[in-house]
Design a protein around this ligand. Structure first.
Ligand code: SAH
Length: 365
């Protein structure tokens, strides 16, 4: 109140601030259309068609090749324009002044192929009915007094994906396969670069919560001298394709971690609370060698605040964190990681950012 009258928005914000604020709010509200647009384009096979046509095509070509009804041409043009503005495709003017030629970018190149060979799997595994629908209930969850448990439980009736996977074999297989694709891309980049040095000198490794063993297979491929053991729950190990290159062990990491010189966790510890991580890491410390014998834990996970200083990488980190909130997991900042390492009895650590939003953390006993 000022002079007996309420201050209006116009009193508080100048025109530019009002416009900028309005655009930002609308942008947030509309952003879920980004996910729907990319999923639609992939479902229609557009990245694959572009690839087949040599990397670029007009909308008319895309319509022909995807077999869509001609009445959809103007709508397809708008879908392509939206995904070009957001950076998934690129556009140039064709011969005809009104004609736009769309082409693949590095992002859409990763979407070429089927669900077993590309980032497509990530999109598939995050179909609304499987992954994101529960977030429409986030406000309801915040208002709950804690009795409902996790957001995941509110939606699915069980606390975590692993419990759901135990009772639903299609969900189990889908979850494990989507981990394999993500892991293959991450490990490929990691093992091609200087970060591969974290595995140098390691003679044996236990890949805890290792799923179908994709990371271990990649590590053995690059370092044939390392003996890898993949440990995961029975429901995962029971259906992991075993070609004898790595050893598979079913078990519960809260009870026991098979002995090895080093332990490896990729996208595992962010699924658990601090207390649970301390329990897991204590089991791990019993399993690995002493520091002077090369003992260490290698973690691949987000370290919030580390990595490139661009909006896409930073948002991806905190979006993952929101996702993890649904199962009571967390993407940690450096000091949060440090606290659990110390609590679990480790003495030192080293963080190296890799692959944009993720880091490697080496933790020493
Ligand atoms: N490391 C793999 C899988 C990450 S998903 C990758 O990055 O691709 C987390 C994994 O932890 C799942 O495979 C899940 O089955 C496993 N997991 C969950 N609870 C576990 C437990 N108590 N003991 C061992 N593994 C567990």
């Amino acid at each position: 109140m000022e002079n007996g009258k309420f201050r209006t928005l116009q009193d508080e914000l100048n025109s530019q601030d009002m416009v900028d604020g309005h655009v930002l709010v609308l942008n947030h509200f509309m952003s879920s259309l980004k996910s729907q647009a990319i999923r639609c384009a992939c479902g229609l096979g557009i990245p694959a068609v572009l690839h087949r046509l040599g990397g670029s095509a007009t909308v008319a070509n895309l319509l022909d090749e995807t077999g869509l009804h001609p009445s959809k041409l103007p709508y397809l043009r708008r879908l392509m324009r939206a995904l070009t503005v957001s950076g998934i495709f690129a556009a140039t003017r064709g011969n005809n002044i009104t004609e736009t030629v769309y082409s693949l970018t590095p992002a859409s190149r990763l979407l070429v192929g089927d669900t077993t060979s590309s980032s497509m799997s990530v999109l598939q595994s995050q179909r609304p009915e499987k992954g994101f629908a529960m977030f429409f209930r986030m406000e309801e969850w915040f208002r709950d007094d804690g009795g409902a448990g996790t957001l995941f439980k509110m939606e699915h009736g069980v606390t975590s994906p692993w419990e759901l996977a135990k009772e639903n074999s299609d969900y189990n297989t889908g979850l494990n396969k989507s981990c394999v694709i993500d892991t293959s891309i991450v490990m490929d980049v990691l093992l091609r670069g200087p970060s591969a040095d974290v595995f140098r000198g390691v003679t044996s490794l236990v890949d805890v919560g290792g799923g179908y063993g994709a990371a271990s297979l990649a590590i053995v491929g690059a370092f044939p001298g390392i003996k890898c053991t993949v440990m995961d729950l029975q429901q995962v190990i029971g259906e992991a394709p075993d070609d004898g290159v790595v050893q598979f062990v079913a078990g519960d990491m809260f009870e026991f971690v098979p002995p090895a010189q080093a332990a490896f966790f990729k996208n595992v510890l962010d699924c658990w609370s601090d207390d649970d991580c301390v329990k897991i890491l204590r089991q791990c410390k019993k399993a690995i060698a002493k520091r002077d014998a090369g003992g260490k834990v290698i973690i691949i996970n987000v370290v919030v605040g580390h990595g490139p200083d661009n909006v896409a990488a930073k948002e991806t980190q905190v979006f993952y964190d929101m996702y993890m909130m649904s199962i009571d997991g967390i993407e940690r900042e450096e000091h949060e990681w440090r606290d659990i390492f110390i609590e679990a009895g480790f003495s030192d650590y080293k963080i190296t950012p890799i692959l944009g939003y993720q880091s490697i953390i080496e933790v020493f006993p």
